[in-house]
Ligand binder design. Sequence first.
Ligand code: ZN
Length: 68
Amino acid sequence: MKDNTEISEKTRNYTQQPRIEVCRNCHGTGVADGESLLRPEDRCPVCNGSGRVIKMKTVIINIRPYND
Ligand SMILES: [Zn+2]
């Protein structure tokens, strides 16, 4: 059994691994609107025509003792 004797406030930063998700703006097609990629300007601005977006997420967790 582990004993938690440390009661000082802690802040932990977790940087998650980048996740690749389907672009929700174009639903993975890479085209802003329409069905085919006819012109470069038709590319989805969110994913830049790739249909995938990389999401980076940093989670900050504050651990505080109960007594104040
Ligand atoms: Zn897109």
